[in-house]
Design a protein around this ligand. Structure first.
Ligand code: GAR
Length: 220
């Protein structure tokens, strides 16, 4: 029997997105396997969500240079022979070498409706800007931060009395189904990065897929 597609996961924090992936694999909603979880923070809760044999972590400051840490991370991820590399709350900027090594199979979930609000503090910035809608995006990673082709997005309303914490929780609740729906397309070989464009079943997507809170497509 063919082996399920192999997913390597990079995470710096609590790992709720990773848990959503693990749960979906366990109950048969995602035909894949997690082959390693990699973190720049050895105390990250995300690491605890997989068996010890699958964990890799290293404190970047303990390496002589940024390039040394990046090379160690690249080698460790490559050693797990991933079909897909998934960033879920990995809070360090990936080196160009890492991105080039895994380009085309490197995905990130970002808590905004890209191209709005690249970088940090996305929820506070959405409120500050008076956005009526906010959400999350899954995109291919390129060397420029949060600038790769967007595959799919999920939208939530911004309420007049929202603070960043409450808005973040609302976004997180749609991140998990968004991530799973996108990964289902990825592991089935249905999406690909072609330059600045995403193709779905070989056809270019002119706008990102929009998914509802259950992860169902709204535009196909
Ligand atoms: C998620 O909201 C994810 O979108 C965000 O970090 C959180 C991780 O949550 N990612 C970024 O901000 C990347 N720039 P989790 O650890 O519970 O999955």
């Amino acid at each position: 029997m063919p082996q399920p597609p192999r997913i390597a996961v990079l995470a710096s924090g609590r790992g709720s997105n990773l848990q959503a992936v693990l749960d979906a694999i366990a109950d048969g909603r995602l035909a894949a396997q997690v082959v390693g979880v990699y973190s720049d923070r050895p105390a990250a809760a995300a690491l605890q969500r997989v068996p010890e044999a699958l964990r890799w972590s290293a404190v970047p400051a303990r390496y002589p240079s940024r390039a040394d840490y990046d090379a160690a991370l690249t080698d460790a991820v490559a050693a797990s022979a991933p079909d897909w590399v998934l960033c879920v709350g990995y809070m360090r900027i990936l080196s160009d070498g890492f991105v080039q090594r895994f380009r085309g199979r490197l995905l990130n979930i970002h808590p905004s409706l890209l191209p709005k609000h690249r970088g940090l503090h996305t929820h506070a910035r959405a409120i500050e800007d008076g956005d009526a809608e906010h959400g999350a995006s899954v995109h291919f990673v390129i060397p420029e931060l949060d600038a790769g082709a967007v595959i799919a997005q999920a939208v939530v309303p911004v309420a007049a009395d929202d603070d960043a914490e409450r808005l973040a929780a609302r976004v997180l609740s749609v991140e998990h189904p968004l991530l799973l729906a996108t990964l289902q397309l990825a592991v089935a070989g249905r999406i690909a990065e072609q330059g600045a464009t995403v193709t779905l079943d070989g056809h270019p997507l002119f706008t990102p897929l929009r998914l509802d809170s259950a992860g169902n497509s709204l535009n196909r």
